[in-house]
Write a new protein. Sequence first.
Length: 291
Amino acid sequence: MSEERSEEPVVEKSPADEGRADAEKADLAKTDPEKGRAAGDEAIRIEGLHKSFGDLEVLRGIDLSVRRGEVVCVIGPSGSGKSTLLRCVNLLEEPTSGTVTVAGNEVTDPDVDIDEVRRGIGMVFQSFNLFPHLTVLENLTIAQRRVLGRDRDSAERTARRNLERVGLTDKESAYPSKLSGGQQQRVAIARALSMEPQLMLFDEPTSALDPELVGDVLAVMRALAGEGMTMLVVTHEMSFAREVADRVVFMDGGAVVEEGTAARVVGDPQHARTREFLARVLDPAAARLPG
């Protein structure tokens, strides 16, 4: 028996919408002249992306681009396809149709060396995915040595430099079980950074954390954004999206419903479904209402 699919949101563009889109581009250009870049400066380009699991269509014709040095946050309700979209970028999930291009390499082309492309992509998951039998330092050096071919001294220098970036230099000899959830997630970020990626993907990195541990992880991510790291972030942290993102993408039912600057999408959403979602997320009392 196939799962019932939710109706795809209909996003109609009126002349006013087109005018807002033009204004959006103008705002970006005024805020940062570098935003008006050529296609060659795109870190990610996604075109006509579809993904189905059996009869369940999870992604429905996604078009999205991320420029180098840009932070793009993807928000939306659970089950809207956000994590699947992220996993299609480095082919952890194989798209049903459409193309994904990362740093000029079409990863959906079977002739592309996907392992080579993945070396330039760091990914941080909801769960920390640390090796429990290895120390923090060993967790940060194992991939450097096996994938990048670095010697032990070089790998350890890189690991310690990145542990310093996330504020955990005193934990290099600890095992993951001795760390808090927030510390484990910061180790996971340091591990990804130790591979010296050009692009970072974050899949709801704070969703498994106790509320009091979220701040330290978000602080590390803010610092990365400030350093110019290209980041595609799936998140429910609206404050982070509002403060850090260059653009926010709202997804629902496997489709992009609305995108634009954080000020526009989070502060002044134009689509009714976006307004409904944000009202529930930003007002806990509303989230408890029936329907």
